[in-house]
Design a binder for this molecule. Structure first.
Ligand code: TGC
Ligand code: FAD
Length: 397
């Protein structure tokens, strides 16, 4: 067995060395990671406190990094594998969950929705500009009264002369206040979840409003809003022709949940690194607190989680590349990685004592953000129930 020479190297061996990547995958990770550290992290705490999303010029830089539509093929998309996409999400969420959220919604929900369920004309019209970051998308499924149970949504689309008339409201929609285009999920005809269809609604369409939701204590560097539709008339060809029923938005969620699970690894790693550095430098009772057994037990558990979560993400990523990943795998991954990352963030915050409650240090920001991450894209409990149904055959929703 090789000896482990010094603490800094030990961490790299444990974390980076835990994963087997191609040169291309390694390059994607390093490039995005480098950008996050150089461009995104300076001022991140101040922006969080101010509730400011990142500067607009970052959108162009993110597009140049290839993080929009990373694993889609054609339409100017990078066409990389699922693991490359995941590694990019990990690097982005090392920065902030709000940054990863912005990219997840653009890539996995808005672009994937058009790519998978759109017409050829819709793909040609929107995807190249979305890859270049010239058009920002959002995804409206959740409603004020229907979150975990989207099959009961009540937004309606009525076929009228000249197009579709939309009425209803969407709530908690990432990027809706800034998006140029929204995928809105609405019922046509009946009230069953099989009546759900997807529509592309452009900013500026009369009858559409997208107010910002104020007062969030989580994901403060992310624009979260509503989509209010009041007799909003959209063209006939704004419907996604291949999306029929609840399975269509859930198909998009499979992609986004996968990326979120990789992102959680990045958030956990950032918290772990902060705790490690702090405890090695903070003396109490005559020695750095990192020399105390109870502290080491926490650090050992955190490092083990990061490696474990990364390996599970890599496993599901490789299955996905072989076309073998199921929604069941994705639920297990999202549930495991996000809950564990939140636990790591809370432990890291605790190890920083009073200093841990300020945004000068990373953990509390990630901890607050992860409270959203464990709620959106299927709450922790909903993923337990999806797994429970898969394992037992009994639906307990
Ligand atoms: P159920 O009867 O199970 O299914 C209805 C139809 O959908 C099919 N289906 C799926 N298809 C693809 N992928 C999946 N994962 C699927 N799960 C189910 C299913 O086969 C069926 O098809 P068909 O043809 O037989 O009709 O539906 P249910 O009403 O019992 O609900 C199932 C449940 C609870 C699992 C589902 O509704 C659910 O996942 N709820 C959670 C809602 C959720 O995740 N919302 C997320 C909103 S978007 C968001 O949060 C973005 S945050 C982004 C960011 O900022 O990063
Ligand atoms: P509810 O469904 O009301 O759940 C409340 C509690 O009850 C939860 O703990 C839940 O686990 C539990 N619960 C529910 N049903 C059961 C059950 N059967 N058994 C046991 N427990 C149950 N949505 C979008 O469509 N697009 C977006 O871009 C988007 N972005 C978001 C961004 C942020 C910051 C947040 C916080 C949310 C976002 N969402 C988005 C909405 C998100 O998907 C929903 O919040 C989520 O699906 C949960 O719905 P809910 O908040 O209505 O909670």
């Amino acid at each position: 067995m090789e000896s482990l020479p010094n603490p800094a190297t030990n961490i790299d061996l444990l974390l980076a060395g835990s994963i087997h990547l191609s040169e291309e995958e390694q390059m994607v990770h390093e490039t995005v990671f480098d950008w996050v550290k150089r461009r995104f992290l300076p001022g991140v705490g101040e922006r969080f406190l101010a509730g400011e999303p990142f500067p607009q010029e970052f959108v162009r830089e993110l597009a140049e990094l290839g993080v929009f539509g990373t694993s889609l093929k054609g339409y100017e998309c990078p066409g990389l594998g699922a693991v490359s996409y995941g590694l990019a999400m990990e690097a982005l969420e090392y920065g902030d969950s709000g940054l990863r959220s912005f990219v997840s919604v653009q890539s996995s929900l808005a672009m994937y929705g058009i790519y998978r369920y759109g017409s050829e004309e819709q793909k040609q019209k929107w995807l190249p500009r979305m890859t270049r970051g010239e058009v920002i998308g959002c995804f409206g499924l959740t409603e004020p009264d229907w979150g975990s149970d989207p099959g009961s949504l009540v937004t309606r689309a009525e076929k009228v002369d000249g197009g579709w008339l939309l009425n209803g409201a969407k709530m908690w929609i990432t990027s809706s206040p800034i998006a140029d285009i929204a995928i809105v999920w609405a019922k046509v005809g009946g009230r069953k979840s099989s009546d759900i269809r997807g529509f592309l609604v452009e900013r500026g369409t009369p009858g559409m409003q997208t107010p910002l939701i104020e007062g969030k204590m989580s994901l403060r560097s992310s624009d979260t809003g509503e989509i209010v539709l009041d007799d909003c008339l959209i063209p006939e060809d704004a419907i996604l022709p291949e999306a029929h029923g609840l399975g269509a938005p859930l198909g998009c969620l499979n992609q986004a949940r996968y990326g979120i699970a990789w992102g959680a690894v990045g958030a956990a790693r950032a918290c772990f690194e902060s705790a490690l550095q702090y405890t090695r430098e903070r003396p109490q009772f005559g020695a750095p607190i990192a020399s105390k057994q109870l502290v080491q037990d926490k650090l050992a558990a955190m490092a083990t989680f990061v490696v474990n979560a990364r390996l599970l993400a890599l496993h599901v990523g490789r299955l996905k590349e072989q076309g073998q990943a199921t929604p069941f795998h994705v639920s297990m991954l999202k549930r495991h990685n996000v809950a564990g990352a939140l636990e790591v963030a809370r432990t890291a915050r605790q190890l920083l004592g009073a200093n841990g409650i300020t945004t000068e240090y990373t953990p509390i920001r990630h901890m607050l953000n992860l409270e959203s991450v464990i709620t959106y894209e299927g709450t922790h409990e909903i993923h337990s129930l999806i797994l429970g149904r898969g394992l037992t055959g009994f639906a307990a929703f």
